[in-house]
Design a protein around this ligand. Structure first.
Ligand SMILES: [Zn+2]
Length: 444
């Protein structure tokens, strides 16, 4: 029976996957408005740190493929993601469900055309700089997908989890409503998932890691391009592990901020602490990833509270410039006989056997979704990313929606959305997550 033992041993010797990384410098060459803070009234002034688009291609032994893209950017709106998706399908025959586009949400990277449309009062030249940057970006991201696919080699994947230290809930409940600040009693998720990708000889090729915390160590008074803590974490890891690629996945950190924040010393400190935690996880016991690769991508519809033309005719006369901008966008939609009643909402899932499931949600997703999904799918080794495939506004849970505040209401102004969502928003998101999980072979 010696031959049978040999045959049984074979699957253990063979690596289950091929994997490859790609990367591209997407640092703007010219001064350009940095996104995320309405307080900024001038373009960037120099570069503190290069920003990157990176990709990880994974293929299982049946030829199923996915490519995960991470970017040091505020967020990719749907029209940009669609453009990249179409190009990637044409060039590499990857369907949309095989491509995940995540942004770190750094507030020190260029405005992406079509994202946060009512945030800045721009000159025609500044607008052109943004549309030019966005067009180049879409091509660069398609290129980086190609690099990752071209670099695929026999690989093994392992997963572990660490714990972050600096995320703090930023919604402070006061008698006069929710205010932005520091709320140590509020919910956060300190999980730092780490996927290690190694070559056939065991050499480290790179890591994919994540954290659920706004990438906002630097404030609106800072004008040098950088990837914020996520950028510094990637750079710090790569400096300590030469020839490796570190990719940061932004999880559901919409209602968490780094604490403390506001200086270059702090952004370096947070980045270094996260990189150190990733390194610590790699040195510990990791779980091997194995099994078939599956992916699914579906779109829900999230509804806004009903509004009328009069709502925005009144708002257009408001003294607040941002409200005027939102109102004019809404009135233009009424003029087209297509008032904005809802948004399409992308939900993607990638599952590797029973070892690892990555759920990727669109928009700025609050931590409640992350915590709820982990509770509902125990033992699934779940990573729940936000800021994926489309960043069109905040996605509050029912709790956050009812409490109100920036994430539920005011942020809609800067995103040029009517807002707020109807009270079934969480339910609509969850129903679509269940559908995606079903498609991945994971019933509740
Ligand atoms: Zn944000």
């Amino acid at each position: 029976m010696k031959w049978l033992g040999f045959l049984l041993a074979l699957p253990l010797l063979a690596a289950d996957y091929k994997a490859g990384f790609g990367r591209m410098d997407i640092t703007p060459a010219q001064p350009i408005y940095l996104s995320g803070y309405a307080a900024r009234k001038k373009p960037s002034e120099g570069v503190l740190q290069k920003i990157w688009a990176k990709a990880l291609a994974i293929e299982d032994n049946k030829g199923n493929r996915v490519v995960i893209v991470t970017t040091d950017l505020i967020g990719l709106p749907r029209h940009v993601s669609d453009q990249i998706g179409a190009e990637v399908e044409k060039r590499y025959r990857l369907r949309r469900n095989q491509l995940l586009l995540n942004s770190s949400h750094t507030h020190s990277a260029p405005v992406v055309h079509g994202n946060l449309t009512s945030m800045f009062d721009l000159t025609p030249g500044q607008k052109r700089a943004i549309t030019d940057y966005t067009q180049t970006l879409a091509k660069q991201i398609a290129d980086v997908v190609g690099s990752a696919l071209g670099n695929m080699q026999t690989a093994r994947l392992d997963i572990g989890h660490g714990t972050g230290s600096f995320a703090v809930n930023r919604r402070v409940l006061t008698p006069t409503g929710v205010k932005g600040g520091v709320n140590p009693a509020g919910p956060v998720d300190q999980d730092v998932p780490v996927v290690r990708v190694a070559g056939a000889n065991g050499q480290l090729l790179g890591v994919l890691f994540g954290y659920a915390c706004h990438n906002t160590t630097m404030g609106g008074d800072f004008f040098q391009v950088n990837g914020d803590y996520a950028g510094f974490a990637q750079a710090s890891f790569e400096a300590a592990h030469p020839n490796s690629t570190a990719m940061f996945l932004m999880l559901c950190g919409a209602d968490a901020n780094p604490n403390p924040r506001g200086t270059v010393a702090l952004v370096e400190q947070h980045g270094a602490s996260l990189a150190k935690e990733v390194t610590r996880v790699l040195a510990g016991k990791l779980e091997p990833v194995s099994g078939q690769l599956r992916s699914a991508f579906h779109t829900a519809e999230l509804a806004f509270v009903p509004h009328t033309r009069e709502t925005f005719e009144t708002e257009s006369k408001d003294s607040n410039w941002y409200k005027q901008q939102r109102a004019s966008a809404m009135l233009a939609a009424y003029d087209r006989r297509a008032p904005v009643r809802s948004i399409p909402y992308p939900v993607q899932g990638i599952r590797l056997g029973k070892s690892l499931t990555l759920v990727a949600l669109g928009g700025e997703v609050v931590v409640d979704y992350n915590l709820r999904l982990k509770k509902e799918f125990p033992g699934e080794n779940l990573i729940v990313a936000g800021y994926s495939n489309d960043v069109m506004c905040y996605i509050p849970s029912l709790r956050v929606l009812k409490e109100g505040g920036y994430e539920a209401n005011d942020s809609m102004i800067y995103y040029g959305q009517p807002g707020p969502f109807t009270e079934d928003v969480e339910d609509r998101v969850m129903q679509m997550v269940y559908k995606v999980m079903d498609r991945l072979g994971r019933k509740r």
